[in-house]
Design a protein around this ligand. Structure first.
Ligand SMILES: O=P(O)(O)OC[C@H]1O[C@H](O)[C@H](O)[C@@H](O)[C@@H]1O
Length: 547
């Protein structure tokens, strides 16, 4: 494929950007009373206002042309057709099949995978409903009160983020805990107040070889056995989610207590598979089905809408526009919802592990910057921490504001203030405050003179800073499903434009290999291997401290 910067579509965009330099968002709104209507869209229950972005109708057209020229639609159709678009691992990429309704056909190697998907979901539902009703009990016959999900990365962030997001729909008897870090503090804290007789462990790992997960699962099993339970009792308190039956059995969990999935489900795209078992345990089978339905609705929109009217494509192309032409190296995610407090962490893996690549699909260096740093925190907390930099710092940092119109709680005043703050931030970023406005404020307060003048530059906001606002009615399972699918497809489109393989993650391997080498060197009496002087010095300090 032609390097991105040499493509005709990119060069046309570059010329368009050259003319854009002096444009101001406020003047675009002044010039067009219909700007909000023209640059907002709704699909699958997600409303997207992208009018406060540096775009006009030409920009949208040129960005869509770029998407088409880079083969977004062809690659999209190949993904839905089960082609092995993850070429470095020779795998299909079919998280969309996980939310396909009964009767829809999606084939991998000539075999329709949808019936198998529903078979697993039905098994999960049977299990989850027995746990939720109390019919399935622990070894002493007591219903479960606590579920500890053990996994990391894609086997943790999706279920953890979603369970938090759906807090208002959780089962009243079941408390959900998520343990990921190999730092023993994480497991110790989770287990501290738990009763082994009423605790169910869900061990989630696609490969079932991940150091953190297996270490935590073994320690959890020891904790369980130390309570007087026998090995035979493990079957009542441990279930596994994996693609690797052999390793699951080796660990001591019988395959009848295992829920499977497939190699065409990427870890960071897996919350819709059996990896979502904690979600189903927390919100029930019905809630899980609604989550899938919301995602499927977004899939259908993504698959059929022209790029100019396609939510995921537009979200992606805006990111490409800012990354390529405005020097934006990061993207802030600002959900105005405490329950979405893990969304930024989830999207960090989704976007950065997918598109944090420096070579194109054919292995040659990319010609532009790829994935920006994804970061964020719920509003309004972020306003009192890092928003200073977004308003007055030196870089362009596009913000995605995400909010629900209904807060889902009985504190309407809080929700009104939350939404007011959300809308105010995007307005302030765009409007800014000029030196004259600052002087006028001082004058209105009766302040004039040299001291006032010295303060003026500090109080000026340049404005003209872009943001997108995503609104849903409320954070229902359906809305969360649609929202997450929106970001999944955003990542897909960006990967296609940048021409990177969004579905491998070789960059995580080297650190794992080196950790495996260093771990035995930290044992008492072990001989340290050959390292640079920094690493050797750190190892020596840890050994001296008896690590
Ligand atoms: O599900 P697992 O096989 O345990 O993998 C857990 C995680 O670890 C890996 O290092 C990858 O970076 C992630 O993509 C993956 O989600």
């Amino acid at each position: 494929m032609t390097p991105l910067v040499q493509s005709a579509a990119w060069q046309t965009l570059r010329d368009h950007h050259a003319q854009w330099q002096d444009r101001n968002l406020v003047s675009l709104f002044d010039a067009d009373p219909e700007r909000f209507d023209k640059f907002s869209l709704e699909a699958a229950g997600v409303f997207m206002d992208f009018s406060k972005n540096h775009v006009d109708e030409t920009t949208v057209k040129l960005l869509a042309d770029l998407g088409r020229a880079r083969g977004v639609e062809t690659l999209r159709d190949a993904m839905f057709a089960g082609e092995k678009i993850n070429h470095t691992e020779n795998r299909a990429v079919l998280h969309v099949a996980l939310r396909a309704p009964v009767g829809m056909q999606i084939c991998v190697d000539g075999e329709d995978v949808v019936p198998g998907v529903h078979e697993v979901v039905d098994r999960m539902a049977g299990f989850a409903e027995r746990v939720r009703s109390g019919a399935r009990t622990g070894r002493t016959g007591k219903p479960f009160t606590d579920i500890v999900s053990i996994g990391i990365g894609g086997s943790d962030l999706g279920p953890c983020m979603t369970v938090e997001a759906l807090r208002s729909s959780l089962h009243p008897r079941l408390t959900m805990h998520f343990v990921s870090n190999i730092d023993g503090a994480h497991l110790a804290k989770a287990l501290r107040d738990l009763d082994p007789e009423t605790t169910l462990f869900v061990v989630i790992s696609k490969t079932f070889t991940t150091l953190e997960t297996l270490t935590n699962a073994k320690s959890a099993r020891d904790w369980f056995l130390a309570s007087g339970a026998t090995h035979a009792d493990i079957a009542k308190h441990f279930v596994a989610v994996s693609t690797n039956a052999e390793k699951v059995e080796e660990f001591g969990i019988a395959t009848r207590n295992m829920f499977g999935f497939w190699d065409w489900v990427g870890g960071r795209y897996s919350l819709w598979s059996a990896v979502g078992l904690p979600i189903m345990l927390a919100v029930g089978a019905q809630g899980f089905h609604e989550l899938l339905a919301g995602a499927h609705e977004m899939d259908m929109h993504f698959r059929t809408a022209p790029l100019e009217r396609n939510l995921p494509a537009l979200l992606a192309l805006l990111g490409v526009w800012y990354r390529g032409f405005f020097g934006a190296t990061s993207q802030c995610i600002a959900p105005y919802a405490q329950d979405l407090n893990r969304l930024a962490a989830y999207l960090q893996q989704l976007e950065m592990e997918s598109n944090g690549k420096a070579v194109t699909r054919d292995g040659t260096p990319v010609s532009t910057g790829t994935c920006p740093v994804i970061w964020g925190e719920p509003g309004t907390n972020g306003q009192h921490a890092f928003f200073q930099l977004i308003h007055q710092g030196t870089d362009v940092i596009p913000v995605d504001f995400i909010a629900a119109l209904d807060g889902g709680h009985n504190l309407p005043d809080h929700h009104r203030l939350l939404l007011a703050n959300c809308f105010a931030q995007s307005e302030a970023l765009m409007m800014g405050k000029s030196a004259d406005e600052v002087r006028a404020e001082f004058a209105a307060a009766g302040q004039h003179g040299v001291e006032v003048e010295a303060l003026v530059p500090h109080k000026v906001f340049t404005g003209n800073r872009p943001s997108t606002t995503l609104l849903v009615d409320r954070f229902s399972p359906r809305a969360i499903g649609a929202l997450v699918a929106l970001y999944e497809h955003k990542v897909f489109v960006q990967g296609a434009v940048w021409d990177v393989n969004s579905y491998d993650q070789w960059g995580v391997e080297l650190g794992k290999q080196l950790a495996a080498r260093i771990a035995p060197e930290l044992l008492p009496g072990a001989v340290a291997g050959k390292h640079d002087s920094s690493t050797a010095g750190l190892i020596a300090r840890a050994r001296a401290a008896g690590a």
